[in-house]
Design a protein around this ligand. Structure first.
Ligand SMILES: [Zn+2]
Length: 281
């Protein structure tokens, strides 16, 4: 008999009463040696009421793969960008401009509806890389506006600069803070500006009181849910490999924090996703 390990992808939770969208997932990324079977992951997600996904490719190989995936799976729309932690290396090797040109070409695909994830990461990139990250963030904002796509933002330890750059450039019509990690004040500011706040499994963590405070003041029409799979697995599977079929755990925790019925939240999450990304059909 084998003992379960951290690497095991947890089993299916109870299905949601109304289908929702995992609005940020990386089905191209293998973690801890668990092979990715995309068709199986899509089928499992659908079985628990996660019938649409937004696949995010955040370097050139992943972006190319994302275009193939959205052509293969009607359940998927996609996003492409150069992740803020990819950008300093590309700039250093002199290949940033050609990478931008390819991202722009891939982003024109009709089922690529997102420019992202872009943004700022001051946790993994030090002060020497912040200038080039900000330039890249500005380039991606401009691309989203030129192509009429939604923008998905990665913000790690860079809240003030993310908000400042968005204000300076002018945010695209649909702007999503993916894996929202700000506090209550930032949530209010984002909602006032009309941005969408996408909550990940982190909102279910036992010590995430500040994040739940932020969620509790976010209007229902600004909310999205995501896995950021294979990372950020929700409670009680924290540390295991994440997958879109675990979205129901996060949705139920969000409904409890918000004090709304699960079907009411599901309806809002589904409607918001279609408003941001357009129809899947
Ligand atoms: Zn991500």
């Amino acid at each position: 008999m084998s003992t379960p390990t951290r690497s095991v992808v947890p089993d299916l939770p109870d299905p949601l009463p109304i289908a929702v969208v995992d609005n940020h997932t990386h089905l191209d990324i293998e973690r801890e040696g668990v092979a990715v079977d995309v068709a199986d992951l899509v089928a499992r997600a659908k079985a628990v009421g996660v019938d649409r996904l937004v696949q995010i490719g955040c370097d050139l190989p992943a972006a190319r793969q994302t275009v193939v995936m959205v052509d293969t799976y009607p359940e998927m729309l996609g996003g492409v960008a150069l992740h803020p932690n990819e950008v300093p290396g590309l700039a250093e090797s002199g290949s940033l401009e050609t990478a931008y040109a390819e991202i722009e070409e891939l982003a024109r695909h009709p089922r690529i509806r997102v420019v992202g994830e872009t943004g700022l990461d001051y946790f993994r990139t030090g002060p020497e890389g912040q200038g080039v990250q900000q330039d890249s963030f500005r380039w991606h904002i401009d691309l989203a506006k030129r192509l009429g796509k939604a923008l998905q933002i990665h913000d790690r330890d860079a809240h003030a600069d993310v908000l400042r750059v968005l204000e300076e450039e002018g945010a695209p019509g649909s702007t999503v803070l993916h894996c929202f990690s700000g506090d209550l004040t930032m949530a209010q500011e984002c909602a006032e500006r009309g941005y969408y706040l996408s909550f990940a499994g982190t909102v279910t963590f036992k010590n995430a009181h500040g994040l739940r405070d932020a969620l509790s003041v976010t209007p229902l029409d600004r909310l999205l849910v995501e896995t950021d799979a294979p990372y950020l697995t929700p409670h009680p599977h924290r540390g295991a490999v994440n997958a879109p079929h675990l979205v129901p755990l996060t949705v139920r925790a969000m409904a409890a924090t918000l004090g709304v019925a699960v079907p009411t939240l599901c309806e809002a999450l589904s409607a918001n996703s279609e408003r941001v990304y357009g129809p899947w059909a």
